[in-house]
Design a protein around this ligand. Structure first.
Ligand SMILES: Nc1nc2c(ncn2[C@@H]2O[C@H](COP(=O)(O)OP(=O)(O)O)[C@@H](O)[C@H]2O)c(=O)[nH]1
Ligand SMILES: [Mg+2]
Length: 303
């Protein structure tokens, strides 16, 4: 018993810090009228890193705040808060970049990706409803999440409720084959928008990421310019993990990068001296500044 209660206490202690961060009311971070000082800067920096805003992002924005504070351009915490807000909003680009892109002719294909439980299928239902009822588009959905049990049924129920076509196979079948059939059906039936549901995955799950690349390759061969959109569904509590997921757009690059890493690792084992120079410059990830590059994998906001 003693062992379990000690372990439980340890666990509670370890989770306490996380709970504190998750329970932080963001308004208490930047108290209007309260002055900035070194202790507040250090504390805020730590809180933002723990909230998974990304070390690079936090370092950059806090350096900016420190500079402005030292130069006397800002004095209060809420002014610093405004700088962070502007910085975050700036990364999204203008509203025109958030419009859905449609194919000039033939079906528009929208692929939907994201981690498990982020809300992909639910967002597809919302999007299908909007496209059908507000934009008068003929919509079809493809149940390419064949991985999770009941995922096909979940999408089928939504399709039935909204009154849109669905292409589906059995759970466990090849998701790219579903996408293939859906593309063919979309062309034959004169569908305006085909939305492809996919199984949830992490960017570290190589086989699942390859599956996504395969779906993308299949749709691009069946319909010119497809996928016209790849929407990344994010949960409000998600941090940097999905930023890495957004590199799906550069799926091949992702694997090249991993292959390079593996090669370097092997070369490292042979001895640092025989290393050939890297053939491609190492990909430098610059959070914030790179935001625009991920424009064709866009966070879905259809609520
Ligand atoms: N509160 C809330 N729940 C949502 C939202 N979107 C999805 N959910 C719920 O989150 C759970 C997972 O959603 P689902 O669409 O199946 O996620 P998927 O695994 O990414 O397809 C379901 O219970 C949904 O009802 C949302 O915008 N708000
Ligand atoms: Mg789903």
């Amino acid at each position: 018993m003693g062992f379990f209660s000690k372990t439980l206490d340890k666990l509670k202690g370890a989770l306490k810090k996380t709970a504190e961060v998750l329970n932080t009311d963001v308004r208490t971070l930047f108290v209007p009228g309260r002055q900035i000082d070194d202790a507040w800067l250090a504390d805020t920096e730590e809180k933002l890193i723990r909230a998974d805003m990304g070390v690079g992002n936090v370092t950059r924005v806090m350096a900016d705040i420190r500079d402005r504070w030292r130069l006397g351009k800002i004095r209060n915490q809420d002014e610093a808060g405004q700088i962070i807000r502007d910085e975050m909003a700036g990364g999204w680009g203008g509203p025109e970049t958030r419009e859905l892109r449609f194919a000039e002719s033939g079906p528009t294909v929208i692929m939907v990706a994201g981690v498990n439980g982020a809300g992909k299928t639910t967002s597809i239902a919302k999007l299908a409803w909007l496209l059908k009822n507000q934009m008068q588009k003929k919509v079809m959905v493809a149940a390419s999440d064949t991985f999770r049990a009941a995922a096909v049924d979940q999408l089928s129920i939504w399709a039935q409720r909204i009154g849109v076509d669905i292409v589906k196979h059995k759970t466990g079948s090849d998701p790219a084959a579903v996408a293939y059939d859906a593309c063919e059906a979309a062309k034959t039936r004169g569908i305006d928008v085909l939305i492809v549901d996919t199984a949830g995955r992490l960017h570290t799950q190589d086989h699942l990421m390859r599956e996504l690349t395969k779906i993308r390759d299949v749709v691009s061969k069946r319909i010119a310019g497809a996928p016209h959109e790849v929407l990344l569904v994010l949960d409000a509590t998600t941090g940097q993990r999905d930023r890495a997921g957004a590199e799906l757009r550069q799926g091949r690059q992702h694997y090249r990068h991993r292959a390079r890493k593996a090669r370097r690792h092997r070369q490292g084992r042979r001895g640092a001296g025989d290393q050939e120079p890297a053939q491609h410059p190492r990909k430098v990830h610059r959070p914030g500044r790179d935001a625009g590059r991920h424009r064709d994998v866009r966070p879905a906001a259809v609520c």
